[in-house]
Write a protein that binds this ligand. Structure first.
Ligand code: DAH
Length: 344
């Protein structure tokens, strides 16, 4: 008999010790299971009661019930205390959050200047009613030369140092003018489109040349299109690009087999009034060539030159980007140096 009494006392002590040690409300359930769970110490002792004599049952039954009740109450009280303390700590932590505390600077990436520049060009042309077009970089001789009024053995082919491919008559496009023919063949008239893409030339690499470069091609075909339309589009585009409402342009004759007449379009230097190093003291900067689409080219695209006329122009993105951002070496755009890229 004394044995049960001892056991009850011992369990009481154990519970007390366990509860003293506990520091987190999360662990309290383990203690509850240890003593009051199905196989818990107190539960087991109570189920043993049935083996006792009536006298023992009468004596220890209430004691065991009391032990169970006390254990339940103690666990409940400690759990509530711990939860309260934890909530208070959380609030305290929030209150003492120091917004001025030093936080190491995160290195955050951004768009490559070339991507932003490309988007800017796209936005300007789209705002003027031109839609974007696309075409393959691996082309046939037809799209790159013949359809653009540069037949086989024509000397104008020498203007382009071409990467010919192993497959007969196939090449890496030397310019994005190929897209003119794709658009003529695939789009309904009238056509007002532009295309930005890569072009390839077999050239020595230096500060202003690379074997791969980005070009932008533009084209408008409708009835009664004249050079004035080209000049107006060129001027508006340049004014928006250099953010100068009064930016002037001038034109000179130029030769490209796919235009007749062909022109070179220059813009007034946006950086000076009386000449500087960018415009080589001339106050004019050559920006891009263009012209009225040659009747042979319209015919290659399946368009009747008696009924329709159009203008086209094309320019390299790098030169324009170098002018806009004041960059002096084309290779900066591709070598991925962070020191350069972080400036944008
Ligand atoms: N395709 C020419 C080049 O890469 C640029 C060009 C000149 C495009 C005159 C045109 C144009 O559309 O009319 O050098």
């Amino acid at each position: 008999m004394a044995d049960i009494k001892n056991q009850i006392d011992q369990i009481k002590n154990e519970i007390k010790n366990d509860l003293e040690k506990i520091s987190s409300s999360k662990n309290i359930d383990q203690i509850k299971i240890k003593y009051l769970g199905k196989k818990g110490i107190v539960t087991k002792l109570m189920s043993n009661l049935k083996n006792f004599s009536t006298e023992e049952k009468r004596k220890f039954g209430p004691k065991l019930n009391q032990l169970k009740k006390e254990a339940e109450d103690q666990i409940k009280v400690i759990k509530e205390k711990l939860i309260k303390k934890e909530t208070e700590n959380k609030i305290l932590k929030k209150q003492s959050f120091d917004v001025t505390l030093y936080k190491p600077q995160k290195i955050q990436g951004h768009k490559h200047p070339y991507s932003s520049f490309t988007e800017e060009i796209e936005n300007i042309f789209i705002s003027m009613g031109f839609y974007p077009s696309d075409g393959p970089e691996v082309e046939s001789d037809f799209y790159n030369f013949t359809a653009l009024n540069v037949p086989e053995n024509h000397p104008a082919r020498d203007m382009y140092d071409t990467f010919w491919l192993d497959k007969k008559n196939m090449l890496l496009r030397t310019h994005t003018s190929t897209i003119q023919i794709h658009a003529m063949k695939n789009k309904p008239l009238p056509i007002a489109t532009f295309a930005i893409g890569k072009a390839y030339r077999h050239e020595a690499v230096d500060a202003s040349h690379d074997i791969m470069f980005m070009q932008c091609e533009g084209m408008l075909i409708d009835k009664n299109i004249t050079l004035s339309h080209l000049f107006a589009v060129a001027k508006t585009f340049l004014q928006k690009m250099f953010d100068k409402k009064d930016l002037d342009i001038r034109t000179r004759p130029g030769f490209f087999p796919f235009v007749e007449p062909g022109v070179e379009i220059d813009m007034r230097c946006p950086f000076c009034k009386n000449g500087c190093s960018v415009c080589k003291k001339t106050t004019w900067i050559e920006v891009f060539p263009g012209g009225l689409i040659h009747p042979n080219v319209l015919r290659s695209g399946g368009i009747d030159p008696e009924k329709y006329s159009g203008f086209a122009f094309g320019f390299g993105l790098t030169r324009l980007a170098m002018l806009k951002y004041g960059i002096n070496d084309i290779r900066h755009f591709y070598n991925g140096k962070l020191k350069f890229l972080k400036q944008f």
